[in-house]
Write a protein that binds this ligand. Structure first.
Ligand code: F6R
Length: 366
């Protein structure tokens, strides 16, 4: 059942080239600019003409929602808000007839997300679902949606569901951009081509496993971790920190790198490992100076960089090279080493990576 792997989590991490391919299957043909989600048709016009979109989700699915916010705003130019489902439902949100909600949930059974959907539905909103489990409560409660087709995710820590969600939401963003003509034909084709190549890049990133296992050895006894990223890699920082805390029980915080100087920098000393997701994008120079700020305070920096990067390796303690892709799709690649890092650290600490304490796969209580 674990397909030769010791744990479901590792199996599911390694399934990602296939699960992302499954999420893409039949939904895009880059060469002729085709992008389509078959499950969204009756309400497609409502979505395309949305004045704003509200995304509701919890945990890792909420992180996927943050990536989607950046993608939809950049390419389709529709304002997006991302809300924790639990906060949304208890704060009398402004939702009116015809408003657009996207609910993201792996299990499709998360009580808070389901309740947020019911609230919005009660006010006449149109709800789109991005779920993994077919026929789940959330899939049934939504008007339309797109499955991520990741297959069963057994490990409690979500891995392939995250990349499946980001993949489907990227398709959604590009589909909206196409309909709204907010991208040129060439821009669209180029993005689709890059998205199409993501499974190979993830495959390449998985080859980092042995290297990351080695790095993990040096951090088995760490008590805290900081994860920093900017732009599209900011949600990845949050996700990396969540993965580490839930399965290794090491306290970890994710931050937008520029926020560090507004507080967390006080924590940095030689005992503090800082994972910086610093792939080459338009905030590269800025993140380089964030790395220098950490090093000036003798923090231990583990940098995730784009392969061939010449500047960062000279400044940091550990370098993890990932293949390059468009900034918008980098989370699909840069999250892989972070999943592996948390897996190895947790395993070396003797933790049950598939069933961490106090956590359940579906959180069906409020
Ligand atoms: C993280 C994790 C949780 C879930 C959250 C939402 O690894 O497993 O944070 O992401 O409980 O669950 P779904 O996506 O099933 O609604």
């Amino acid at each position: 059942e674990k397909g030769g792997y010791d744990y479901f989590m590792l199996k599911e991490i390694f399934e990602q080239p296939k699960s992302i391919r499954d999420a893409l299957r039949g939904r895009l043909i880059a060469a002729n600019g085709h992008v389509n989600l078959g499950g969204i048709h009756k309400y497609l016009d409502n979505l395309v003409n949305a004045k704003r979109i509200v995304i509701v989700a919890c945990g890792t699915s909420w992180h996927a929602g943050l990536v989607a916010e950046y993608i939809i705003e950049e390419f389709a130019r529709i304002p997006v808000e991302v809300e924790y489902a639990s906060e949304f439902r208890y704060r009398n949100p402004i939702i009116e007839e015809g408003d657009i909600i996207i609910a993201i949930s792996q299990s499709g059974e998360t009580a808070d997300t389901l309740a947020a959907i019911e609230l919005a539905k009660g006010r006449g909103a149109i709800i789109f679902g991005v779920c993994n489990v077919v026929g789940s409560s959330i899939a049934r409660a939504t008007h339309e949606g797109a499955y991520i087709h990741a297959g069963p995710e057994i490990g409690v820590a979500s891995t392939k569901a995250f990349t499946g969600q980001v993949t489907v939401l990227a398709l959604l963003g590009l589909m909206l951009a196409k309909e709204r003509k907010t991208l040129s034909e060439n821009q669209l084709k180029d993005l689709l081509r890059q998205l199409e190549r993501i499974p190979q890049k993830v495959e390449q990133a998985l080859k980092l496993n042995a290297q990351i296992e080695k790095i993990a050895k040096d951090f088995v006894d760490a008590r805290n971790f900081l994860y920093l990223g900017r732009g599209y890699n900011f949600p990845v920082a949050l996700e990396g920190a969540l993965k580490l805390k839930e399965i290794s029980y090491i306290h970890a915080e994710g931050y937008p790198a520029a926020e560090m100087k507004h507080g967390p920098i006080a924590l940095i000393d030689e005992e503090m490992p800082v994972v910086v997701i610093a792939t080459r994008d338009n905030s590269y120079d800025k993140i380089l100076s964030n790395i220098e700020e950490v090093k000036a305070r003798r923090g231990k920096v583990i940098a995730v960089v784009t392969e061939g990067d010449a500047a960062i390796p000279k400044k940091v303690d550990y370098v993890i090279e990932v293949p390059s892709t468009h900034d918008a799709f980098m989370p699909l690649v840069s999250v892989i080493p972070l999943q592996l890092l948390s897996y190895h650290v947790a395993l070396m600490r003797g933790c049950n990576v598939d069933q961490p304490r106090n956590l359940a796969k579906s959180v069906t209580v409020e």
